[in-house]
Design a protein around this ligand. Structure first.
Ligand code: PLP
Length: 409
């Protein structure tokens, strides 16, 4: 069923790429004047420039930019910018969505409670070890609310997924940011060196975003084991399901050993539910209680709850997604290898490429060709983050890469 949906999605994509894709149509749209062209056609690279909280959280992106994306997509543009699953949800989740829609006039307590219980069963922990969030971004928001009290409270890598740092800043506090090492991995030694009495929370993103890299298991284990007992480690495993390194073990194992560790997971990636918003954290019950104090009432809506439960009931689906992702990622990395471009070794559904030049004009050039790629990351301004789509989309990306980088013969 799931494989079937995946292949349907693939063939739909290739149809639209070969049959309906029209660069002229897209360029016509972008060049037509009007608001979207104003934002995009200036030769600049759009709305990500200022990297302020509202933009990153999607609340202040002008409506015409969303409109432009939608129009560009129907003209055949592909979205390789937000690390989404190109195939969507499993069949069971699609059915659950329709059923739950019938209950949209009711508050979602039942769905929320069912999901919390299902997550607990899935991980073999009691319910009081599970917190839910409206996406795992919401778990990060709850963590900032629970534990960030000063500029020294939070230690994290640079670059990393920004939400926790932004929510800390929204509370008036900066994070201590430690640059990643040359391989794109958290520099755990340097992070350990800045952890002190005031440190409350250490954010570890494994695999990392935007780096895509997986940490050495033994280095991460020793890092966690060596931390003072007043420090909480929040391990963000948003990309857990994509990892195929056999040495990898989820940090859930540390929770079983009684350590102050929280693991955050999301339904937005392998389960294909980014638009529905559901995520969760597992941890020791007292920490989960502190997180839950910060939660919004009903942070899981009926549809998200129903789809998330159905997703957890379909183990086969995420395994098939990992394979599809790895195959498509290989198209990209083979293409980069052949062209002599370096990239960080990815265990995720995206790859960070070292362009060796300011990424912003490149992002614009791709967009003008109907390929939406990742935004700039100020800590690595010459790197380009490309999300993994279908095999056909990655072939298209490689072709466009030659054009954009001036390598086409
Ligand atoms: C590392 C990481 N954590 C958390 C999230 C947030 O996911 P969501 O809020 O959609 O669950 C993302 C999204 O891209 C991410 O990359």
């Amino acid at each position: 069923m799931n494989e079937q949906r995946a292949s349907q999605a693939t063939s739909h994509q290739s149809f639209s790429e070969t049959g309906e894709w029209s660069r002229r149509r897209l360029l016509g749209f972008v060049g037509r004047g009007g608001a979207a062209a104003g934002v995009l056609g200036s030769g600049a690279w759009g709305h990500w420039g200022e990297l302020r909280l509202p933009e990153l959280m999607g609340t202040s992106v002008p409506p015409e930019v969303w409109e432009e994306r939608k129009t560009a997509r129907s003209a055949g543009a592909i979205l390789l910018d937000s690390n989404e699953n190109p195939f969507g949800m499993c069949g069971g989740a699609r059915d659950a969505l329709i059923e739950a829609a019938e209950e949209a006039n009711r508050y979602p307590g039942e769905y929320q409670s069912k999901l919390r219980r299902r997550i607990a069963d899935y991980h073999g922990v009691p319910v009081d070890q599970v917190a839910t969030g409206s996406g795992s971004t919401d778990i990060l928001r709850q963590a900032a609310g629970a534990w960030v009290r000063s500029d020294r409270s939070l230690v994290q890598a640079r670059p990393t997924f920004e939400a926790l740092g932004f929510y800390s800043r929204a509370r008036g506090f900066d994070a201590v940011g430690i640059p990643v090492d040359a391989t794109g991995r958290h520099d755990l030694e340097a992070m350990r060196a800045v952890i002190g009495d005031d440190t409350k929370l250490v954010y570890v993103c494994n695999p990392g975003n935007p780096t895509g890299t997986l940490m050495s298991q033994s280095a991460l284990d020793s890092f966690i084991e060596d931390l003072p007992s007043h420090v909480i480690v929040l391990v963000d495993e948003a990309y857990h399901h994509y990892v195929d390194d056999p040495t990898y073990v989820s940090s859930l194992a540390h929770i079983e050993k009684g350590r102050n560790v929280l693991v955050a997971r999301t339904f937005s990636k392998v389960y294909g539910m980014a638009g529905l918003r559901a995520g969760y954290a597992i941890g020791p019950a007292p920490l989960i209680e502190e997180l839950r104090v910060q939660r919004l009432q009903n942070n899981i809506n009926a549809i998200a709850g129903a789809c998330a439960v159905a997703s957890l009931n379909d183990e086969k689906y995420h395994l098939s997604q990992r394979t599809l992702n790895a195959d498509a990622r290989k198209i990209l990395t083979d293409g980069l290898d052949a062209r002599g471009f370096a990239y960080w070794e990815s265990q995720t559904n995206f790859v960070m490429i070292m362009l060796g030049r300011d990424v912003r004009p490149t992002i614009s050039a791709f967009r003008e060709r109907g390929v939406y790629v990742g935004r700039p990351f100020p800590d690595v301004p010459t790197n380009l983050r490309v999300s993994i789509g279908t095999v056909d989309q990655m072939k298209r990306f490689v072709e466009e890469f030659d054009e954009v980088m001036g390598m086409a013969s």
